[in-house]
Design a protein around this ligand. Structure first.
Ligand code: PTJ
Length: 257
């Protein structure tokens, strides 16, 4: 059992420590794979370099991602253990704001028990229909060896846009070969997922999701289909990755000492 300590709100790294706590709780409950704790540590180190805040290039990606989400005919939100543990409620909010979307559980370290636990966690936040768990509706992504090849016939398999936060690179590359448009959130601008995606949001998923939802709500009210298309067409993911790396390189922390 984990021993919970009181983290004072004025601790300079309060938010980061609270996310860690959620992840460890998720691990204790069986939602998160052991390896998920390591993956989170990897993300944290990049967040440090960003100053643990949402940077300008991420805001541009969020704008393009929300435009693409609205234009999509069949968007799918892919959920893994880490995402479920730290932001199940925002995932359900995103699904609600998109209307046409569905949520699919897709695990790298697949077990039926984890699938069930993640499904129960998502249902707590009002999600009724969850894809990726019915073996009768399951098929496989061609050319992919890992457990992530298993996809839902009514979900990722027929999707046009897939949201794959905190993902491993192989599946993103395989989904690209299937002509899907990929949106990711990944703190590492050099990860294969960030490099292979159409739109990479270089930010912590906890900060990015509320902004994505806000941006979707804004565009739904204020932008025409033509304007949304223009936002997507003028977006250049390579530029975003370069700009994010530049910001990390010029981190001002040392000058404060
Ligand atoms: O739940 P499962 O079985 O599907 O397994 C999930 C993990 C995350 C363990 C699996 O997908 C994995 O091993 O992922 P990787 O290859 O380590 O990639 C995770 C990526 O997410 C890394 O590039 C991290 O930098 C990034 N990351 C971690 N935490 C966050 C993050 N990006 C944004 N926000 C975070 N909080």
């Amino acid at each position: 059992m984990i021993s919970k300590i009181l983290i004072p709100k004025n601790h300079p790294r309060y938010c980061s420590l609270k996310i860690r706590e959620k992840l460890v709780e998720g691990f204790e409950k069986g939602l998160v794979a052991r390896e998920g704790l390591i993956a989170h540590g990897r993300g944290e180190s990049f967040d440090y370099l960003l100053g643990e805040k949402t940077i300008e290039p991420a805001l541009k990606s969020i704008d393009a991602a929300s435009a693409l989400f609205i234009l999509a005919e069949h968007p799918v939100i892919s959920v893994n253990g880490n995402t479920a543990a730290i932001c199940a409620s925002q995932i359900c909010d995103l699904n609600r704001s998109l209307e046409k979307s569905s949520v699919e559980i897709n695990l790298f370290y697949h077990t039926h028990v984890r699938e069930e636990l993640i499904s129960t966690e998502l249902k707590k936040y009002g999600l009724k229909k969850i894809l990726g768990i019915d073996p009768n509706r399951s098929t496989q992504i061609p050319e992919l060896e890992s457990n992530r090849r298993k996809v839902d016939l009514d979900g990722i398999f027929v999707s046009d846009v897939v949201f794959v936060p905190l993902e491993d690179g192989d599946r993103t590359i395989a989904l690209k070969k299937m002509d899907k448009k990929i949106i990711t959130v990944d703190l590492n601008p050099l990860s294969r997922t960030a490099l292979a995606s159409d739109i990479s949001i270089i930010d912590n998923i906890v900060r990015a999701l509320p902004r994505i939802i806000k941006s979707i709500e804004y565009h739904k009210k204020n932008s025409t289909k033509k304007e949304l298309k223009e936002i997507v067409d003028s977006f250049n993911n390579k530029d975003i990755l370069n700009e994010s790396l530049d910001i990390m390189r010029s981190n001002k922390m040392l000058s404060k000492i």
